[in-house]
Write a protein that binds this ligand. Structure first.
Ligand code: SAH
Length: 226
């Protein structure tokens, strides 16, 4: 059998994407992502599988890209940073809630570093596509729900990590209430134009807030749509 030359691999097959992924991982190391399990997730998950055909060729650039419905797949560096903050030095997390499944890429990264992931998406079509992407990669420790994530998923909590990938003006008390003792909540918080990535650690029932970098996320919206 003949092996296609890398630059002729129009299907963006394994060989090309593995090399592109390795370069992306080196870039993430250069931006100070240190958690080995997070880096390993980036070297093994094919980000191009979460994108439409026309954008697959850009999958390993460190940029956010459109996924339809005015939403975006987050920039790889931000996905890595948020995952590292969520783990807070732990090797793995047990139960994690993600709000804003989008393409499902961040969900797939979480699925590698957590025992069980629960993820909520308000746009039905995006939730369906994310489910397909995760099934195609045979990722089985994820439960997806189509709905409004504002109230979390109380029956599955408490969680030792909660991550928001859409920005509320303020994270609600309802979500903090679903955080387990020692748990970490990571979220962009602010207005549509100016947000900061924040994380909170629940310790002795108090919640301590820390600041990270400035970011631009899509706003968290109420309700859900098909
Ligand atoms: N982590 C995703 C980011 C997608 S963008 C990725 O990398 O693909 C943020 C997502 O949050 C969008 O898909 C948007 O529809 C969803 N979202 C916004 N408000 C929401 C809410 N209240 N509940 C659940 N999902 C919400």
């Amino acid at each position: 059998m003949t092996q296609a030359a890398p630059d002729q691999d129009i299907r963006f097959g394994g060989f090309v994407s593995a090399r592109a992924r390795a370069r992306l991982v080196e870039g993430l190391r250069g931006k100070d992502i240190k958690h080995e399990a997070v880096l390993k997730a980036f070297s093994s998950i094919p980000r191009h599988e979460f994108l439409e055909e026309a954008l697959k060729g850009r999958a390993y650039e460190d940029t956010a890209l459109p996924i339809g419905y005015q939403q975006t797949i987050s920039q790889p560096y931000i996905v890595a940073l948020m995952t590292e903050l969520l783990l807070a030095g732990r090797q793995r997390a047990q139960r994690v809630l993600e709000i804003g499944t989008g393409s499902g890429f961040q969900t797939a990264v979480l699925a590698q570093v957590c025992e069980r992931v629960f993820s909520i998406e308000r746009v039905g079509t995006l939730a369906d596509r994310a489910r397909e992407h995760l099934q195609r990669l045979n990722i089985q420790n994820v439960s997806l729900r189509h709905g409004d994530g504002a109230n979390g998923w109380a029956t599955k909590g408490p969680f030792d990590g909660i991550m928001l990938t859409a920005a509320p003006e303020k994270v609600s008390e309802t979500l903090f209430a679903q955080l387990a003792e020692g748990g970490v909540l990571v979220a962009p918080e602010g207005t549509q134009y100016q947000q900061r990535l924040l994380y909170w650690v629940k310790k002795d029932r108090a919640v301590l807030r820390r600041k990270s970098v400035e970011v631009v996320f899509v706003p968290m919206r109420p309700g859900h749509v098909q």
